[in-house]
Design a protein around this ligand. Structure first.
Ligand code: ATP
Length: 214
């Protein structure tokens, strides 16, 4: 059987358990050989991250260390311009021509997926697995209805959209940044190794604007 590669993109500013636990559940449910964490350099749909690309990469590297199938993939950081997923998939396809690519995203991202740059081409190259709340009805943009797949997720392949109910962790990077800026503790929201790095480098402090650079 061909290699099954998961893709977990995000700003990871910083990475937290709300990114990590669903990624493990997707890895297992979709029977992936690996899950590649791909921090985006310049997000298309939101403001620029607060800390440097190098710091975000290092935080991801530390966070994923306990799971051997989790891989840090810096390819978007190495590319100029906006981080379009369609380009990332083309680049992955060039590296792994026979692999099945499975792109994971939260329900919030999927609700706007039909506004992503070249979303139809994305679905030609990859499957999409949407992580959602247990028992929550899936909200599917109309143009995506034709792609829904209701079979077992370990069979999910390019051109299909599947859903997986995952453990809900109501954690957001925005909330973590706010707490840090307010001088509050963020223990138990993200891995201790990531917190150690944030503290060591003094990231997200009140004066973080002075420290942030591309
Ligand atoms: P921010 O608060 O800065 O917007 P974020 O915590 O939402 O950041 P991103 O890096 O923007 O994190 O998110 C990347 C992906 O992770 C998105 O698809 C999003 O749906 C998903 N995600 C983020 N937080 C959670 C969470 N707590 N549970 C499940 N999925 C999440």
């Amino acid at each position: 059987m061909s290699l099954r590669i998961g893709i977990n993109g995000g700003t990871f500013d910083p990475i937290h358990f709300g990114h990590l636990r669903p990624a493990l559940e997707v890895l297992e449910a979709c029977q992936l050989d690996q899950m590649r964490f791909i921090p985006c350099r310049q997000p298309v749909h939101r403001d620029c991250p607060q800390v440097s690309a190098q710091d975000r990469l290092e935080m991801v590297r530390r966070a994923i260390a306990p799971v051997p199938e989790f891989i840090l993939d810096p390819r978007e950081m190495e590319r100029d311009g906006p981080s379009y997923m369609v380009d990332t998939l083309a680049s992955l396809h060039a590296d792994f021509p026979k692999a099945t690519l499975v792109l994971m995203m939260g329900q919030d991202a999927f609700a706007a997926f039909d506004r992503w740059h070249q979303w139809r081409e994305i679905l030609q190259r990859a499957a999409v697995v949407v992580t959602q709340r247990p028992e929550a009805p899936a909200s599917v943009p109309d143009p995506l209805r034709a792609y829904l797949f209701e079979g077992p997720l370990d069979q999910l392949t390019a051109g299909q959209v599947g859903f997986l109910a995952v453990t809900q962790l109501a954690i957001s990077a925005t909330d973590i940044r706010r707490r840090l800026q307010a001088g509050k503790r963020v223990n138990y929201l993200l891995p201790q190794t990531v917190l150690d790095y944030i503290e060591h480098k003094g990231l997200y402090g009140r004066d973080s604007s002075e420290r942030s650079s591309g």
